[in-house]
Design a protein around this ligand. Structure first.
Ligand code: NOJ
Length: 544
């Protein structure tokens, strides 16, 4: 399936146009009654995803793993972990998904491997081993650590290994040793692993912690600075243990590899302590030689406020290179679900609709996290059921990430229709009212609202491809125009629980095409009052 045409041509590209749906496979659908989601379970639900209208699914890791970090510690890049199924199942998933026009994006965890990966076992066996330099080993400095680098999940980033009396580097758990991307043989081996999946027909990759890949070649200690939290990790400026300039060179090679094939893509997870849209945009290179997409997580902790949202959007979109492409993300498997983050008493569901409209109509590729379309919230996990290593380490200060990873709520059957047995994580208490079956039957549900929004986007060039211009519509209203040639829409979002004034360009007529409060086809005056939490998409037409 080698490339047959230039990926930069004008033809629309699936990863720019379509909505991408993130699945956390352990929690999507359990087909074999072991309490853990699996690949055959995902296949069973492809029809649902097709009807939702998504263009691609990103699967959190399914590679073989001892699961110290639930798959983000890979022990064999070419194997599927048996808990998720077999290679045959995965091949069937690709085939069945493609048959429905759905692309498959795999998570590539290549900043580190599992400590049980055969490469690491060899590397740690002796200083002379051919794979020694595939990982990052350093001696002590006068009995102390090689430098001040800390692990993201707590403690030092250096782990002493008695076998050869040196430290190895691990930016996350000690069971996740960092590989050495500066070593050409390691890079070559990793690129071969990627080729393996490209040849299998995988359409894209999400690059885990991409900005950690390359470290300072002189191993300088990070300077101190104040971050968001008071963990030792956040008291450093991470200028030497990540975000090294050489990373862009590596990404260029990576991009060249993907461009040998037709229509493949990569989206990078760019970690930053503070909102940093410039950093996320930087890894797009000039838009043709870096990542195809990079996540800007600036919204994750943004206060619910129209003008603050607009500032963040502007800051990111202004920095995306002209030939590059933005993306939008409000939730994932590491963050408190948007519906809990932006919840305010009974307003959670109303805010969820405002957010849904923003996600699907903003310029750039939308990433939708499983269950977000139902308004699933974080679940409070009792201590005895915590699975996440972060939660185990920091409870009760930080309960970890299990709360946003609970099973998908399919129906009001036992275990929410996810499994026939007690699942690996508890099901949310609200599953009897909040589930796919219920919401499909309720015309005004959040799920059906998402379906309408996605269908609108899929049918409109302006919403998929059009330019973005913010409009000054009034206080507490986020409004923007999406247009291409003659087709133009204006999206108006009232972020408050109060009626708000919305002022549009009076030289046009405005007609509702989708709204939380109005009927499709209704006229909308250029000066209108928006209902509390109203989200309305308007078509702009020439004045008659
Ligand atoms: C980021 C992933 O999203 C997270 O779940 C994981 O724990 C770390 N990277 C380490 O791989």
């Amino acid at each position: 399936m080698k490339k047959t045409r230039n990926a930069q041509s004008n033809k629309s590209l699936w990863w720019q146009d379509g909505v991408i749906y993130q699945i956390y496979p352990r929690s999507f659908m359990d087909s074999n009654g072991d309490g853990v989601g699996d690949i055959p379970g995902i296949i069973q639900k492809l029809e649902y995803l097709q009807e939702l209208g998504v263009a691609g699914i990103w699967l959190s890791p399914i590679n073989k793993s001892p699961m110290f970090d639930f798959g983000y510690d890979v022990s064999d890049y070419r194997a599927i972990d048996p808990v998720f199924g077999s290679m045959k199942d995965f091949e069937r998933l690709i085939k069945e998904a493609h048959r429905r026009g759905i692309r498959i994006i795999m998570d590539l965890v290549m900043n580190h491997t599992s400590h049980l990966h055969p490469w690491f076992l060899e590397s740690r066996s002796s200083k002379e081993n051919l794979r020694r330099d595939w990982y990052i080993w350093r001696g002590d400095i006068k009995g102390k650590y090689p430098n001040n680098w800390m692990a993201y999940f707590g403690g030092r980033a250096w782990e002493w290994d008695d076998t050869t009396s040196q430290y190895y580097l691990h930016s996350f758990l000690k069971e996740q040793p960092d590989v050495n991307w500066r070593n050409p043989a390691l890079k070559n081996a990793m690129f071969n692993e990627i080729r393996f999946w490209l040849e299998k027909g995988v359409d894209g990759f999400r690059l885990d912690v991409v900005n950690f890949f390359i470290k300072d070649d002189r191993f300088r200690s990070n300077p101190f600075g104040i971050g968001k939290y008071l963990r030792p990790y956040d008291l450093q400026k991470h200028i030497y243990d990540r975000d090294r300039p050489e990373l862009l060179e590596l990404l260029r090679e990576w991009r060249a590899l993907l461009e040998e094939y037709d229509e493949r893509m990569m989206v990078g997870e760019v970690v930053a302590e503070k909102p940093n849209p410039a950093l996320a945009a930087n890894y797009l290179g000039d838009g043709t030689d870096g990542l195809h997409l990079s996540f800007d997580f600036s919204f994750m902790n943004r206060k619910w406020d129209a003008s603050l949202f607009e500032n963040r959007l502007r800051a990111y979109h202004e920095r995306v290179p002209e030939k590059g492409w933005p993306c939008t993300v409000f939730s994932n498997h590491d963050q408190v679900r948007s519906c809990s983050r932006y919840a305010k008493g009974d307003d959670a569901e109303k805010r969820a609709r405002v957010l849904a409209t923003l996600l699907i109509t903003m310029r750039g590729t939308p990433f939708l996290y499983y269950g977000e379309e139902l308004g699933m919230k974080n679940v409070c996990i009792p201590k005895s059921r915590i699975q996440d290593p972060v939660g185990k380490r920091y409870w009760p200060f930080n309960p970890g990430r299990d709360g946003e990873r609970t099973p998908m709520q399919w129906s009001d059957d036992a275990y929410a229709g996810f499994s026939s047995v007690e699942p690996w994580l508890p099901i949310a208490d609200d599953y009897r009212e909040k589930n796919v079956t219920c919401q499909l039957n309720e015309w005004n549900s959040l799920l059906n609202f998402y379906k309408s929004l996605i269908a609108l986007r899929n049918n409109s060039v302006a919403l998929r491809r059009g330019d973005l211009a913010f409009c000054d519509a009034g206080k507490d209203v986020l409004a923007y125009r999406r247009s291409v040639d003659e087709e133009a829409f204006c999206v108006a979002l009232n972020f408050t629980s109060k009626v708000r004034q919305c002022n549009l360009d009076e030289s046009y007529d405005w007609k509702v095409v989708l709204s939380t409060h109005r009927r499709n086809g209704e006229q909308f005056q250029f000066r209108e009052k928006l209902f509390p939490y109203e989200a309305t998409v308007l078509e702009q037409t020439k004045k008659r």
